[in-house]
Design a protein around this ligand. Structure first.
Ligand SMILES: NC(=O)c1ccc[n+]([C@@H]2O[C@H](COP(=O)([O-])OP(=O)(O)OC[C@H]3O[C@@H](n4cnc5c(N)ncnc54)[C@H](O)[C@@H]3O)[C@@H](O)[C@H]2O)c1
Length: 437
């Protein structure tokens, strides 16, 4: 059995590494030369725990990496894992996936195989039927369901646990027509992930499931952020105790209930925008989703407002941002709230120093020499007038008064409450804890 994977980003490379390390005959295709060269040499183009080890194992077995699409002509399964970014109006941009399936269709035309094409990329409901399927049929001159299978297979992995999530998914969704191809795909997934529930549904429901999943997670975050804002007005109230307690109710669940600067990253903001945009086109006014987004935007404004309250005019003030990755365990800064914060502080002419254990290089690609990059946490505190903790890296929980004493002004704004339990010689404000704001 041969497996092709088109697009070697977080989703595609995780899948490639997991399957090839198990000995599957995998061909990974990507158009990005620099990325491919790293991958061929066993180097992951981004930081993701465990990924590089599995990639190296795969390369020692049968894994091949290429930009030559013709190599997929002998594949039994072809996974599409290219990006689906957003347009400026928030709608989904399908140009990358359209291009990828156009090429797949052209290869199919010349192939004798009857492969199953599984789309993992997140796409708005209707995309498979209105775009992907017609392109594939037109370019290949073949019929879906007869000459090849087409299945929506949304991905639920999280960056920082991408390998674990790829190895042990909580659910498999297969959307499409109930054909022999569907049976074959189900068999593959039952073999790969015995005991994991498999939901078989139609394309549009599978597409919608992914948006339902991410918009619900975003809603949980905005919910707890709104509660955290109320808590801040109640002296002594602590949002974490509230989250911990309601999280024990099985109807609620404990995950994604951590108050903070708002959700960021490559998925939640983009998927929320795409769903809102899509809902509007259907004539449904997505009032709840709009509110979730508004709360998210306000969280960042709140951090800026606290900073201004503490520092006054921000012009020429040295402000340190701890953490630019959108979450710990990754170097991904796409749609990171910390990056937004830096941009907004720069507009107010503040001098910025940043520190992040993994994403300094990525951050430098955006800001160049316009900000300072502290090599160590100690350097990040030195001469700073205000430190804002944005990402809950474990390292930051070790911050102590020796660090704080190196500051020019001892102001700490902790959006993750990492230091909330410590006795600090600082003017300390945590998001979600009622005190002297
Ligand atoms: N990152 C996540 O946590 C995550 C989780 C679940 C779902 N998703 C969804 O999965 C999809 C992929 O996300 P990602 O974060 O892995 O994206 P990514 O941007 O990290 O990777 C996409 C890759 O596709 C490559 N590519 C672009 N055009 C190509 C083409 N024509 N042929 C071959 N390769 C091509 C790019 O060079 C890039 O390496 C998106 O739709 C995303 O919304 C992402």
């Amino acid at each position: 059995m041969k497996i092709g994977i088109i697009g070697l980003g977080f989703v595609g490379l995780s899948l490639t590494s997991v399957l090839s390390s198990k000995g599957y005959d995998v061909i990974g295709i990507d158009v990005d030369k620099e990325k491919r060269e790293k991958i061929i040499n066993g180097i992951s183009p981004f930081f993701e725990p465990e990924l590089e080890n599995l990639l190296k194992k795969g390369l020692k077995k049968k894994l091949k990496i290429s930009d030559d699409f013709s190599l997929i002509k002998d594949c039994d399964f072809i996974f599409v894992t290219v990006g689906t970014p957003q347009n400026t109006d928030g709608s989904i941009n399908l140009s990358i996936i359209k291009k990828a399936v156009t090429t797949i269709g052209e290869i199919l035309k010349r192939s004798k195989k009857k492969p199953i094409i599984l789309v993992k990329s997140t796409v708005i409901p209707g995309t498979m039927r209105k775009n992907v399927l017609p392109i594939l049929e037109k370019k290949s001159n073949k019929k879906a369901g007869k000459d090849f299978g087409l299945i929506s297979n949304p991905e639920f992995l999280q960056e920082s646990t991408a390998i674990k999530d790829t190895k042990f998914p909580h659910v498999i969704v297969l959307g499409g027509y109930e054909t022999e191809f569907m049976k074959k795909a189900k068999k593959l997934f039952m073999k790969l992930h015995p005991n994991v529930p498999i939901i078989i549904t139609n394309h549009q429901t599978a597409e919608m499931i992914k948006y339902a999943n991410n918009s619900f997670l975003a809603t949980k975050i905005s919910f707890i952020n709104q509660l955290s804002n109320i808590c801040q007005k109640i002296p002594g109230a602590n949002v974490d105790d509230i989250a911990k307690t309601i999280g024990l109710d099985p109807r609620i669940g404990k995950l994604f209930l951590s108050a903070g600067p708002g959700y960021g990253g490559s998925c939640l903001p983009k998927d929320m925008k795409a769903l809102i945009n899509f809902a509007n086109t259907t004539g449904v006014n997505p009032t709840l989703l709009n509110a979730v987004e508004q709360i998210n935007t306000k969280q960042l404004e709140q951090i800026i407002s606290i900073t201004k309250k503490k520092l006054g005019n921000l012009k020429s003030k040295r402000i340190t941002i701890l953490g630019t990755a959108f979450k710990p365990g990754t170097d991904d800064i796409r749609d990171s709230i910390a990056i937004e914060l830096i941009k907004k502080l720069q507009k107010r002419k503040a001098n910025i120093t940043i520190h992040d254990p993994k994403s300094m290089k990525n951050t430098e690609k955006i800001f160049g020499d316009k900000i300072k990059y502290a090599k160590t946490i100690a350097d990040a505190f030195s001469k700073s007038q205000c430190v804002i903790i944005m990402t809950q890296w474990k390292q930051y929980s070790k911050i102590n008064n020796n660090n704080i004493k190196k500051m020019e002004k001892r102001i700490i704004i902790d959006s993750r409450r990492i230091l909330a339990e410590k006795e600090l010689v600082a003017d300390y404000q945590a998001i979600g804890i009622g005190n002297n704001q």
